[in-house]
Design a protein around this ligand. Structure first.
Ligand code: HMG
Length: 392
């Protein structure tokens, strides 16, 4: 593995929604034994966007603390990763660029490949900073995970955005080469243009994830990556937190290691604190796992972390990072905990109304109720595609 030019995650911040639905409320509505949600899939609650929130408002809220701390002068690129885009043409990041007052001399682009796109954005950013280490790249991964009401995917929904500043000499995590890569054309989960909820073959998607993990790990080793025993922790894509446990057990098995439950909990237990209460945030999910690990884990200075990024369809990447000395001084633990704690509980009926709400597709302006108390919201007369404006 190589680390000669140290480039990686210099700052990381996440934001989530105004509302939250507990799995207790969902179970009471659909008559499911709560053990299936709390233990079987490992979820306690899901973030629910207000009518005036979307991937742009969450993305801006996640990134604002980063630009406040570091300024905007060195940012030459914004990469916005999402699979729940609001426009087929214009990058959602252009709205964020405007909301945050970023320089006109910064390019903005949107990237898609299901939940993997956050990692594609990170790799894009690493390449740009490697080419010119004086530049910084703002990566934003933002998604609203939505399945049909009453479908098996419903309890795995969620929403969040992660923003990361990618820079030379990073303060949090140095990202290493090589990466292990894997692509296979499978129909495990997809969302064609005519739908705003995803279609999924749930059990097939779990198998596809495990196959992709195995394939990316094998490629990682062939490319000269670290041995499994060198890693102190693993951040997995977490469509639901139990998936990380299934995945790590599979990786240990593939590598011929003991699949001891205590060892699995030691390696990934601290990565699930945010995902278990936020739900699936698609492109942001693995980086929420990183935030959780850094905010809640023991001292990780100079320790290697394994990252397993999976996006249905499917593409996976296994890569490693090393935690930088002094990283704890740069964490945003209090802000992250506040983002989760400030959400207002909604009952199933209110959640159902928000879930079924959609913008009319007539191209005109339509009133949007003021609901969120977050720093950004859809404008009072937002366009159907979600023009976001700052609250004054
Ligand atoms: P399901 O059929 O509702 O649930 O589907 P199940 O019957 O498989 O039960 C789930 C677990 O709960 C099982 O444990 C049960 O035994 C257990 P397991 O056998 O898996 O260890 N269980 C209980 N445990 C305790 N007490 C009880 C109880 N009852 C049952 N009373 C499924 C579950 C996850 C498939 C469904 O929610 C779904 O379709 N989710 C959406 C798809 C998904 O999340 N796939 C994950 C892999 S694909 C991926 O990660 C990509 C994705 O993020 C999208 C992208 O990349 O863009 C989704």
């Amino acid at each position: 593995m190589t680390q000669d030019a140290a480039i990686g995650i210099h700052d990381l911040s996440f934001a989530t929604t105004e509302f939250v639905l507990t799995h207790k409320a969902l179970a009471a509505h659909d008559g499911t034994d709560i053990g299936k949600y709390h233990v079987g899939i490992g979820q306690q609650s899901m973030s629910v966007p207000a009518a005036d929130e979307d991937i742009v408002t969450m993305g801006a809220a996640a990134a604002a603390p980063i630009t406040a701390r570091h300024g905007t002068d060195q940012i030459r690129t914004v990469v916005f990763a999402t699979e729940t885009s609001i426009d087929q043409s214009k990058a959602a990041g252009v709205y964020v660029h405007s909301l945050l007052g970023l320089p006109s001399s910064a390019r903005v682009v949107e990237i898609k490949q299901a939940c993997y796109a956050g990692t594609a954005a990170l790799q894009f950013a690493l390449g740009l900073v490697r080419r010119d280490p004086s530049q910084r790249v703002l990566v934003i991964a933002s998604d609203v995970s939505k399945y049909d009401l009453g479908s098996p995917g419903e309890p795995t929904q969620g929403a969040a955005a992660v923003a990361m500043l990618i820079a030379a000499d990073p303060a949090l995590v140095r990202i290493e080469d090589p990466s292990g890569l894997y692509t296979a054309d499978v129909m495990d989960f997809w969302r064609p243009n005519y739908r705003d909820t995803a279609l999924v073959d749930g059990h097939e998607s779990i198998n596809a994830y495990l196959q992709a993990l195995e394939g990316s790990w094998k490629d990682y080793i062939e490319q000269g990556g670290r041995a499994l025993g060198e890693f102190s922790a693993f951040c997995y894509h977490q469509p639901f937190t139990k998936m990380a446990y299934k995945a790590h057990r599979h990786l240990l098995h593939v590598c011929g290691h003991d699949t001891d439950a205590a060892e699995i909990t030691r390696a990934i237990g601290h990565t699930t604190a945010y995902n278990t209460v936020v739900g699936n945030s698609y492109t942001a999910s693995m980086y929420l796992a990183l935030a959780s690990l850094l905010d809640h884990g023991e001292d990780l200075t100079d320790k290697a972390i394994g990252f397993v990024s999976y996006g249905s369809g499917s593409v996976a990447e296994f890569f490693a990072g090393t935690v930088v000395p002094g990283y704890r001084e740069h964490l945003r633990t209090a802000g992250h905990q506040e983002a989760v704690a400030r959400r207002k509980p909604v009952d199933y009926a209110r959640y159902g109304e928000l879930h079924e709400r959609s913008f009319p597709a007539d191209g005109g302006d339509h009133p949007v109720p003021r609901e969120t108390s977050g720093p950004y919201r859809l404008g009072a007369r937002a366009r159907p595609w979600g023009t976001a404006r700052a609250v004054l």
